[in-house]
Design a protein around this ligand. Sequence first.
Ligand code: FES
Length: 92
Amino acid sequence: MLVVASQAGGSWAWAAFVNRCTHARWPLDRFDGQVLFDDTGALMCAAHFAVFDPLTGQCLGGPGNGRPLTNVPVGEDGEWLVIGPVPDGVPP
Ligand code: FES
């Protein structure tokens, strides 16, 4: 799972995705766990550089086949961030 935090105007927004790219289903992060973002702040797959919106998971370009990442629900419970569950039928 990949969790992304974005800050705009002093507040935080959170998103979580199954860590599988829509191109060739490789993990989005690099082998060392680093997550890449392009100059616009878009999330970039480390394998072949498909580009995704970091908060919605929509494919913005590259070889992601126009398909969005699989979202995982994120909510807040007091001071806690609650993530999940992963949608049924999604491979690990
Ligand atoms: S697996 Fe992500 S761009 Fe190819």
